[in-house]
Write a protein that binds this ligand. Structure first.
Ligand SMILES: NC(=O)c1ccc[n+]([C@@H]2O[C@H](COP(=O)([O-])OP(=O)(O)OC[C@H]3O[C@@H](n4cnc5c(N)ncnc54)[C@H](OP(=O)(O)O)[C@@H]3O)[C@@H](O)[C@H]2O)c1
Length: 199
């Protein structure tokens, strides 16, 4: 399969690359890194990436950021950081990708643990993840030409333990291998409309 992985150099993206690269042609995409550069928050940049890459069998996205802070101090603009930084870019990657996706191909997006196991200051991230999980479930019954769509929703990665130290008290840390297997199931399996939880 020819597989585009957006955010391939990141902590989560690396697990997808590791799980899939032995068996497939991987095109790594990043903002500054990878085979192709793209700003996923810029729709014209998404379109340029697809024009450059051409037809694909799978698109994986492992990007996204949100606002973190107490809910009673959050502004509407800060709330929108999660929608504009995580939800909409990954939705746009799907919407712009239909013309390039081969029949029975797949889209896989990345969400995260915060909407099922909340952390203090995480309401914006929880909403961004929940919206994306909902989009995946809703879109799956509408997908043309046998195209599948799924989300991978990991707990904190072992590789990100230091970066998130203190923010996810009591949460487990999951291995790169476990997260990679979820991407493998999403891309190489047969299910659609699933949120593959890794925790
Ligand atoms: N790490 C975890 O433990 C964990 C757990 C659960 C969920 N998640 C979720 O997984 C996603 C990725 O997290 P991460 O920890 O892997 O992040 P990360 O290590 O910071 O990696 C982010 C990747 O996304 C790319 N990227 C960033 N902004 C971009 C843009 N505007 N356009 C295109 N590519 C862009 C970066 O490219 P460059 O390197 O070229 O800048 C990088 O490859 C996030 O939504 C996060 O919430 C992470």
């Amino acid at each position: 399969m020819k597989i585009v992985i957006v955010g391939a150099a990141g902590a989560v993206g690396k697990t997808a690359v590791e799980a899939l690269s032995g068996r497939h042609e991987i095109i790594s995409v990043g903002r500054t890194s990878g085979d192709v550069q793209m700003d996923i928050q810029d729709i014209e940049s998404i379109r340029a990436m697809y024009r450059q890459v051409g037809r694909v069998d799978a698109v994986v996205s492992a990007i996204g950021h949100a606002h973190f802070g107490p809910v009673h101090e959050m502004t509407g603009d800060q709330f929108m950081e999660g929608i504009l930084g995580k939800t909409l870019p990954q939705v746009n990657l799907v919407l712009e990708g239909f013309d390039y996706m081969n029949d029975r191909g797949s889209f896989t997006v990345t969400t995260g643990v915060t909407n099922r196991d909340p952390i203090p200051g995480g309401s914006c991230a929880a909403a961004a993840n929940g919206a994306l999980d909902g989009f995946v479930r809703g879109a799956s019954v509408d997908m043309p030409r046998g195209i599948r769509i799924n989300a991978v929703s990991p707990e904190v990665l072992e590789a990100s333990r230091v970066q998130y130290d203190g923010f996810f008290r009591g949460h487990v840390h999951v291995s790169d291998e476990a997260v990679g297997l979820a991407f493998s199931k999403a891309v190489e399996g047969c299910l659609s409309g699933q949120v593959f939880i890794v925790d």
